[in-house]
Design a protein around this ligand. Structure first.
Ligand SMILES: *Cc1c(COP(=O)(O)O)cnc(C)c1O
Length: 450
């Protein structure tokens, strides 16, 4: 399989090159040259790992099969459930628990794999990499757990000093591995993002220090997320709809790709919180930026959905020059209108917007009915199933103990902490920096792997 950019500027690159490139050099996103088929009938009697192997083989032909197997084995042995993503049924609701990885949120499914993949490629190519990222909480710890202890790579994660929860900070800082650098910046999440952006703009610095990123646009992350759609189908044993709490369009795009590959997904339900750019896109055919609003489901507090461009590419029949024009227009006006495509969009997705109040009510109702605690992101998905009123699998994207404030507000008590979360206690590795590009650049110079 070869890969190309949604904006025409990159083509015919290998899987490994696609992984190392991350964002395409023309500013677009990497997509496969074609979408391979994977017959859902062929997964009977398989488990998560063997489905992963089948799917990965379709997309990866420049890594030996034995090595792919080993990467899968390594990536999912860190999960605390043998099924990796167990499915539970409650009446018309199926909950697919995606939070059994080391940081108790679904990003582990992609980032455990991506971390091992980076290590594998760097070793083969005798290269080094310094990963730089900003986090408002969850992505940072998933990236750290994906890369800690890996050879030839160091990871620098900026987070706002007073902008993450104690649990989130401990998850990033209660770490022994010396290739990990959680950096508390004296500023906001926006400041952290600004610093990263500026550093990446400095092409000479980026080149000299082999900087890379681990954000949600890497195609390998999407690839890893296709697997659990098939796995859920295997367990439900019938055609079913999926409800997906989404912000960056990453998780739901993986479902869209699974459907193109041949998985009979009845319907893809897109669940947003009050940051509703994707809801407005599906319902009114308008993709327009707004202010980001803080909600009870912070991992979806996003306005511009970084994976959205991949969907546009398929919406316009893989026409990369059309996508290039559209993205140029969006960058200029902050807005796109799709009057001509609204029917297609609405046959691909239905969408719901869930308010904080509804999140709390849904957590409460679900607990009252089924004695099971859902986290505030998952609650957006569950509420959307209720509104759609069809049976569906809701992707449960985080363990409820990670969002104890919302749970306490809804139920009056907090969700039981998993042992590994409860025992986090010391900030063994924590670095502090001023809110300035120069300070962070200096820190990287001092600690980068060369
Ligand atoms: C990142 C995240 C999401 C949203 O994922 P997308 O890739 O934006 O679809 C939802 N829930 C949780 C808990 C997350 O961490």
């Amino acid at each position: 399989m070869l890969y190309k950019s949604t904006r025409c500027g990159v083509k015919n690159i290998s899987f490994k090159d696609a992984v190392m490139m991350g964002l395409a050099t023309d500013g677009g996103l990497i997509v496969p040259e074609f979408v391979p088929k994977y017959d859902p009938q062929s997964i009977k009697n398989k488990n998560f790992k063997s489905i992963a192997f089948d799917i990965f083989k379709l997309y990866i032909d420049d890594i030996k099969e034995d090595d792919v197997l080993e990467l899968i084995e390594k990536s999912y042995s860190t999960f605390d459930d043998d099924e990796i993503t167990p499915l539970r049924q409650f009446g018309q609701f199926y909950i697919l628990e995606l939070f059994h990885g080391p940081t108790y949120a679904f990003k582990d499914i992609a980032l455990q794999f991506l971390g091992n993949l980076f290590e594998h490629i760097l070793k083969k190519r005798n290269q080094t990499l310094n990963i730089l990222g900003a986090t408002s909480g969850d992505t940072g710890s998933a990236a750290i757990y994906g890369l800690k202890g890996k050879k030839n790579v160091k990871v620098f994660i900026l987070y706002p000093q007073n902008g993450v929860s104690l649990t989130q900070e401990l998850q990033m800082c209660d770490i022994d591995d010396e290739n990990v650098f959680p950096i508390a910046v004296n500023g906001t999440f926006d400041d952290c993002q600004y610093i990263i952006k500026e550093i990446f703009k400095d092409a000479a610095f980026k080149e000299k220090y082999h900087l890379g990123s681990i954000n949600s646009i890497n195609f390998a992350r999407i690839l890893a997320q296709i697997v659990y759609y098939y796995y859920a189908f295997l367990k439900v044993e019938k055609n079913v709809a999926f409800s997906v709490p989404t912000g960056n369009f990453g998780d739901i795009f993986a479902g869209f790709l699974a459907k193109l590959m041949g998985l009979p997904i009845e319907k893809l339900i897109l669940a947003t919180n009050e940051n509703d750019i994707l809801y407005r896109f599906v319902c009114f055919g308008e993709y327009a930026k707004n202010q980001v609003k803080k909600t009870l489901s912070p991992s979806m507090d996003i306005q511009v959905a970084s994976n959205f461009e991949r969907y546009l590419y398929y919406l316009y029949d893989q026409n990369c020059s059309k996508v290039k024009d559209l993205m140029q227009e969006f960058n200029k006006n902050g807005k796109l209108v799709f009057n001509d495509k609204i029917l297609q969009i609405q046959s691909d997705f239905s969408a719901y917007r869930v308010s904080d109040e509804e999140i709390l009510q849904t957590i409460k109702d679900f607990y009252g009915k089924y004695n099971y605690i859902i986290d505030p992101h998952t609650a957006c998905g569950v509420k959307s199933i209720i509104d759609e009123s069809i049976p569906a699998v809701c992707l449960a994207t985080a363990h409820p103990a990670k969002f104890s404030q919302a749970i306490e507000k809804a139920l009056g008590f907090s969700a039981p902490m998993p042992q590994n979360l409860a025992k986090l206690s010391t900030k063994k590795r924590k670095f502090k920096e001023d809110n300035s590009v120069e300070a962070v650049e200096h820190f990287i110079k001092e600690h980068a792997i060369s």
